[in-house]
Design a protein around this ligand. Structure first.
Ligand SMILES: [Zn+2]
Length: 233
C-alpha cells in the first residue's frame, strides 16, 4: 500500500507534490516540465499528467529511497554523478541517469534553477537556487525535521562545509523549500545547522534525545536551536 501523491500550487508554474512525509516539486515550462524528486513510489505519473502533458525531466536532489521511488515511471532522469554509485548500492536500482553539475542552470516556466553541490547528507546532494525569485530548494540537507546523518555515505565534515557554502549564498534567497518538515523554512536555518554540525565536529555535543523506535539501534537525535540531526556516535 503506497501513499497518495497530492499536488498543490505554490506559485505560477510551480507546484508541491507531497506524499506523506516527503515532497517533490514540479515546474511547468513551455517546452518541458521539471520534476524535482519522485517520492517513495506509487502512482506519480498520473498526478503529473493531470497538471501538464509536457515531457518531463526528472532531477533528483539526491539518491535516497524516498526521493527516487517512482523514478522508473519517467525516461529523462538527472542526478549529480557523485550519487550515481550510491543510487545503485543503496537501492539496487539501475536508472539511466544523466549528469548535472555545479553551476548548471535550468530555465523552466520563468524560473532559473542553479545547481549548488552540497555534499554531506549524500556525496552528490544538490540544492537549487533561483536568484530571480529568491528561493532555495534544499533536498534533505536544510529542513526543520531531523536530517539523517548516520550510515553509509553520510559525512558530517562535508555537511559542515556545505552549510558554510550555503550561508555564504544566504543574501541570494529569502525562503527555503525542503523535502521534509515544513513546506518553507527561514534562510537562517542554514546558519543554525552550520553551528550544530560545526560544534559536533569539534566534540561539543548537545544532550542527545532518543530516536523513534523504527530507527536503528544506537541512533540518537542531536539538536539545538530548532534544528536536529540523526547521528550514530
Ligand atoms: Zn529524504
Amino acid at each position: 500500500m503506497t501513499m497518495r501523491y497530492e499536488a498543490r500550487p505554490i506559485a505560477e508554474n510551480f507546484y508541491e507534490i507531497a506524499q506523506g512525509g516527503v515532497r517533490c516539486f514540479l515546474f511547468v515550462g513551455d517546452d518541458f516540465a521539471l520534476l524535482i524528486d519522485s517520492g517513495f513510489g506509487g502512482e506519480l505519473r498520473p498526478v503529473i499528467e493531470a497538471i501538464t502533458q509536457k515531457p518531463v525531466k526528472l532531477l533528483h536532489t539526491h539518491c535516497d529511497r524516498d526521493h527516487i521511488g517512482a523514478s522508473d515511471q519517467f525516461e529523462d532522469l538527472y542526478m549529480h554523478p557523485a550519487d550515481f554509485a550510491c543510487c545503485v548500492k543503496k537501492n539496487n536500482l539501475h536508472l539511466p541517469l544523466q549528469a548535472v553539475w555545479e553551476g548548471d542552470c535550468i530555465e523552466v516556466g520563468g524560473y532559473c534553477l542553479e545547481i549548488i553541490l552540497i555534499p554531506g547528507h549524500t556525496p552528490g546532494s544538490i540544492a537549487l537556487l533561483d536568484r530571480r525569485h529568491r528561493f532555495l530548494i534544499s533536498g534533505d540537507s536544510v529542513q526543520n525535521g531531523t536530517v539523517y546523518m548516520f550510515g553509509e555515505g553520510r559525512d558530517l565534515c562535508a555537511f559542515e562545509a556545505s552549510m558554510a557554502k550555503l550561508r555564504d549564498l544566504q543574501e541570494a534567497f529569502d525562503v527555503v523549500y525542503p523535502s521534509h518538515g515544513d513546506l518553507t523554512v527561514a534562510p537562517d536555518t542554514v546558519g543554525r545547522l552550520l553551528t550544530l554540525a560545526s560544534e559536533i565536529n569539534r566534540g561539543i555535543l548537545p544532550d542527545p534525545q532518543p530516536a523513534p523506535d523504527h530507527m536503528p539501534e544506537g541512533v540518537k537525535v542531536y539538536g539545538k536551536n530548532g534544528v536536529q540531526l540523526y547521528l550514530h556516535i
